[in-house]
Design a protein around this ligand. Structure first.
Ligand code: PEP
Length: 253
């Protein structure tokens, strides 16, 4: 069975003491992570040592970065590389979140380079894709997302692509309270899997975890995750509330 993943994206939120409280609450809140499941916490970079220490020794729980640079080292003031994260034991990195694409002009080509950098550090890219509202309203979401995937990931080998986690996040559903219906999520997740099947074969495509992101919360997670091609979620707002995120973990297949 593909890995089922609940990934928290804290974005640029919380003070260090609030982060510590949330991590303590999360660990104290009742949740169960089965052998085929993972909980991943993409915390602000400066809180990674704290999160690593708080989550140490827990099965199938990982601390992640929210971004990295495409180079492994050098004169890139303010940036952090995948190699540097790997040296801290951080082996999951979110790439191409729509906020980074929009506010930091991250292109498909740059994200292809970042994907290579993460894989070169023997780490897992959590690669985000997803369409804006106008594209969805025009019914062009499949081709829009397919282009993002082709431009950034299709240079990878079959072995490499199985190491990538995809997060489909319709931009109109991120932080808006609007969620794609479970049918809408299943439809495009199945399409994304078919795109990989065409390029790499069905057996490879069937190994790729495809997460849904966009206003996932405790109340809707079970319904969305129950869809056959939805392998969990990337969660923003609800991941900042321990009881919500614990319930989202418990909703994994
Ligand atoms: C996200 O930021 O990846 C996200 C899905 O946010 P939210 O859950 O708040 O919509």
């Amino acid at each position: 069975m593909r890995k089922q993943i609940a990934a928290a994206n804290w974005k640029m939120n919380l003070s260090i003491s609030e982060a510590e409280t949330l991590l303590d609450q999360l660990m104290a809140t009742d949740h169960h992570i089965a052998a085929n499941q993972e909980a991943i916490y993409a915390v602000p970079a400066i809180y990674i040592p704290l999160a690593t220490q708080k989550l140490a020794g827990r099965q199938n729980i990982y601390v992640a970065a929210q971004n990295c640079h495409s180079k492994s080292s050098g004169a890139y003031t303010g940036e952090i590389s995948a190699t540097m994260y790997a040296s801290l034991g951080v082996k999951h990195i979110v790439l191409g979140h729509s906020e980074r694409r929009e506010y930091f002009n991250e292109s498909d080509a740059f994200l292809a380079e970042k994907t290579d950098a993460v894989l070169a550090a023997a780490s897992t890219p959590i690669f985000c894709c997803g369409e804006p509202l106008a594209i969805r309203e025009a019914g062009n979401q499949n081709s829009y997302v397919e282009t993002q995937l082709k431009n950034s990931l299709f240079h990878l080998t079959a072995e490499q692509i199985t190491k990538v986690v995809i997060a489909y996040e319709p931009i109109w559903a991120i932080g808006t309270g609007k969620t794609a219906s479970s049918e809408q999520a299943q439809e495009i997740h199945a399409y994304i899997r078919s795109v990989f099947a065409t390029k790499y074969g069905q057996a490879i495509a069937d190994q790729i975890s495809i997460l849904y992101g966009g206003s996932v919360k405790a109340a809707n997670a079970k319904e969305i995750f129950s869809q056959p091609d939805v392998d969990g979620g990337l969660v923003g707002g609800a991941s900042l509330i321990a009881t919500e995120f614990a319930a989202i973990i418990n909703a994994l297949k």
